[in-house]
Design a protein around this ligand. Structure first.
Ligand code: BTN
Length: 253
């Protein structure tokens, strides 16, 4: 039985789980879930803030202690989690759920979930990996600057869902997908399910990295989770998720 820790309010479940991971020496916290009703300093990708209104959404971080994976494969777990959230939301809402590479889960072209993975390395291997997941479940309103790119399951379906049920199903689904990942140490067994939902596939994308912008057409992902992009000359290159932002040419996706 995996452990679940809950707090009414915390700065960030990622920071909280990291502190616990650092204190722990063995495997007793492996698979533990750190959940909060509210975050006062939620963290997003690329140093952004993750706005975390109280009581309506899911803010959770999964801690993997001494996972049997190579440090260079850890970023793929973000995609494994993104796929798991998409599968569960699809099953629970019966709505088509897409993924914007690498890890945004999208309903009606707007983001309902973001994932941030962090890792602590010891002697070249991951000592622990943290997968932070924010899912907009029952939020009724978004601040002005987010309205055109963020939404919630409630706003798209008119139904309020149980956060506990989603949390339970997402973790169950993640463990199933994670097992598949471990079999090959990459995404090859999950690639088809991921690419089926990949909204960027065969779409033009704008890639922002290190201050430079390029445009190309996304063609899919590699077994290790990079985005395959074809440039104007027909050359293919793979993009690592690290510090890159990918947008549609005319909108968020
Ligand atoms: C993103 O899309 O930018 C990633 C957002 C990740 C948000 C989650 S909410 C739970 C966990 N704690 C945090 O501070 N961030 C992640």
């Amino acid at each position: 039985m995996k452990k679940i820790f809950w707090k009414e309010s915390v700065d960030s479940t990622l920071t909280w789980a990291k502190e616990e991971g650092r204190k722990s020496t063995g495997k007793e916290l492996d698979g533990a879930l750190f959940v909060a009703d509210e975050q006062t300093a939620g963290k997003g990708r690329l140093g952004r803030v993750w706005t975390s209104v109280p009581g309506e959404n899911i803010y959770m971080t999964l801690l993997l202690m001494h996972p049997e994976i190579k440090a260079e494969n850890a970023a793929s777990l973000t995609l494994v989690m993104g796929l798991s959230v998409a599968e569960v939301i699809e099953e629970m809402t019966e709505k088509v759920t897409g993924i914007k590479w690498p890890n945004d889960v999208v309903l009606s072209k707007k983001k309902i979930c973001g994932i941030l993975t962090e890792m602590q390395i010891k002697e070249q291997n991951p000592e622990f990996i943290l997968i932070g997941v924010g899912i907009n479940v029952n939020q009724e309103e978004f601040q002005e600057d987010l309205k055109d790119k963020a939404t919630s399951v409630f706003l798209e379906t008119g139904k309020k869902l149980s956060r506990e049920k989603i949390l339970e199903k997402v973790t169950e689904c993640f463990w199933r997908n994670y097992e598949m990942f471990l079999k090959t140490q990459d995404l090859r067994l999950l690639k088809e399910d991921y690419e089926k939902r990949l909204l960027n596939k065969n779409q033009q994308v704008r890639i922002l990295e290190k201050g430079a912008e390029t445009i190309g057409t996304a063609r899919g992902i590699t077994n290790t989770g990079e985005l395959l992009v074809e440039d104007m000359q027909g050359n293919m290159r793979s993009i690592f998720s690290g510090e890159v932002s990918v947008r549609g040419l005319y909108s968020y996706v």
